[in-house]
Design a binder for this molecule. Structure first.
Ligand code: PAF
Length: 290
């Protein structure tokens, strides 16, 4: 009896214990990919944290095998130091991907940069983060386009913390008529409100506490939604400076045009409060829909 049961359940047991497929070469990837139909895709630069888990939770609802990639894309760093010190934790990342029932992890090497179509991001990319990181979104769109062409996903999930990135990828995908559903996944926060980010691991415990001021500032703007004016934005900027932040921007923008907009004026889209600020050498961004 026991023998029969174990024979019946043997294939099931194999499926349960099949490990995450980790693939490093394009050739191997194509072989693996051809065994699947539709897939959902979560591109990352590694150093995975609970914020990434929300991307997986979003993808799981789509009921398709989840493929992910880890590649620290040099094209999107305009500061060499920022690139070299970008946190890496591959072993932990793999454990986390296994726990999330991720089917396949693609770990491309530098050959992914060969025969690249360089994408020039539209003018929206020069606003907000783009104005402080020239060329950043060209680099993001270039690598995401390459990954899309390799993965051929039917859905791709991105974090809404990087709202400008999400919007640019969504519009890029629409402009190219790519058959990919671009999904934004909501920002996950620490208990003190700080948006989860791979860069948080670069902060000391005092800085981690202080970093929650960014979220508090966004809430302050949101709470003043009915009488937003330049003075309120200036007050927030000054208060962040006093608390030791080097502020790149504090803005209220339209969610579609990304242009500054302090009141809704019956425009299409929503108002979004957005902040980018540096603590020491660590650059943090966050936003809140108003
Ligand atoms: O958001 C990120 O982690 C990166 O910008 C992405 C989308 C993986 C492209 O390198």
């Amino acid at each position: 009896m026991l023998m029969r049961l174990s024979q019946e359940y043997f294939p099931l047991l194999i499926i349960l214990f099949i490990k995450l497929k980790i693939i490093k070469t394009l050739e191997d990837f194509h072989k693996t990919r051809s065994a699947y139909g539709q897939i959902s895709f979560i591109p990352t630069m590694g150093n995975l944290h609970n914020g990434h888990l929300s991307l997986f939770n979003t993808a799981k609802k789509l009921n398709k095998p989840i493929f992910s990639s880890i590649y620290i894309n040099p094209l999107q760093f305009n500061n060499k130091n920022d690139f070299t010190k970008y946190p890496k934790s591959l072993d932990e990342d793999i454990e986390l991907l296994e726990s999330q029932d991720c089917e396949c992890l693609f770990l491309p090497d530098e050959s992914i940069l060969e025969n690249l179509e360089i994408i020039k991001a539209p003018s929206k990319a020069d606003l907000l983060c783009g104005s402080h990181r020239p060329g950043h979104f060209d680099g993001v769109l270039t690598i995401v386009n390459k990954l899309f062409s390799i993965m051929k996903p039917s859905d791709a999930v991105f974090g809404l913390k990087d709202y400008q990135q999400y919007l640019l990828i969504k519009e890029f995908s629409q402009s190219r008529k790519l058959p990919i559903n671009i999904i934004g996944s909501k920002t996950i926060r620490e208990n003190n409100g700080l948006a989860m980010s791979s860069r948080n691991t670069l902060l000391s415990s005092d800085e981690l506490q202080n970093a929650s001021e960014i979220y508090k500032s966004l809430l302050f703007i949101k709470n003043n939604a009915n009488n937003l004016c330049k003075d309120i934005i200036d007050e927030v900027r000054k208060s962040l400076y006093k608390k030791g932040f080097e502020v790149d921007y504090v803005s209220v923008i339209n969610s579609i045009t990304l242009q500054e907009s302090l009141n809704h004026n019956n425009e299409e889209g929503y108002l979004v409060a957005a902040i980018a600020a540096n603590i020491g050498t660590v650059r943090l961004i966050d936003n809140l829909f108003i």
